[in-house]
Design a protein around this ligand. Structure first.
Ligand code: SF4
Length: 148
């Protein structure tokens, strides 16, 4: 297991969430559910983050921001769509200004549906994300070895 997956740092962005899913992310990270006991640390800096937690659907205004945060993260990185809005657009999917789920703009590795997504689902998704993070780290290290 790589160091980053033992203590994954997450960055959270509210694309166009109603705040329901955002509150659940905070609940997952705070002492009630206490994802920090597994080493999960919330950071405001994408450059320090391993896992990108996105809530809400993507629209014309926030799509460049979602992309910019993703681009600032260093490889390996994993994206988790939190809540059905982030997964597919949810109840807003046919609104005039909605592009769709987060995967319309950046690659999504883990989908955590729900309205709102439950803290238990968020923790499950982060655990799944850490396994993917390990695989990506291994692939990156292998590519670097072979390229050297
Ligand atoms: S999935 Fe539900 S709770 Fe989450 S942002 Fe969408 S409407 Fe709000």
């Amino acid at each position: 297991m790589a160091y980053s997956s033992k203590s994954p740092w997450v960055v959270h962005y509210d694309a166009s969430s109603c705040n329901g899913c955002d509150i659940e992310i905070l609940a997952a990270l705070c002492p009630g559910y206490d994802a920090e006991r597994f080493g999960v640390v919330n950071t405001g800096n994408p450059k320090h983050a391993d896992i990108f937690l996105v809530t809400g659907s993507v629209n014309e205004r926030n799509a460049p921001i979602v992309k910019q945060i993703y681009d600032q993260m260093v490889e390996p990185k994993v994206v988790v769509a939190c809540g059905i809005c982030a997964c597919s657009g949810g109840i807003f999917h046919d609104c005039y200004n909605i592009i769709g789920g987060v995967d319309k703009v950046i690659p999504v590795d883990v989908y955590a549906p729900g309205c709102a997504v439950r803290p238990e689902s968020i923790i499950d998704a982060v655990v799944e994300a850490t396994a993917i993070l390990d695989k990506k780290a291994e692939a990156l290290a292998k590519a670097r070895r072979e390229g050297a």
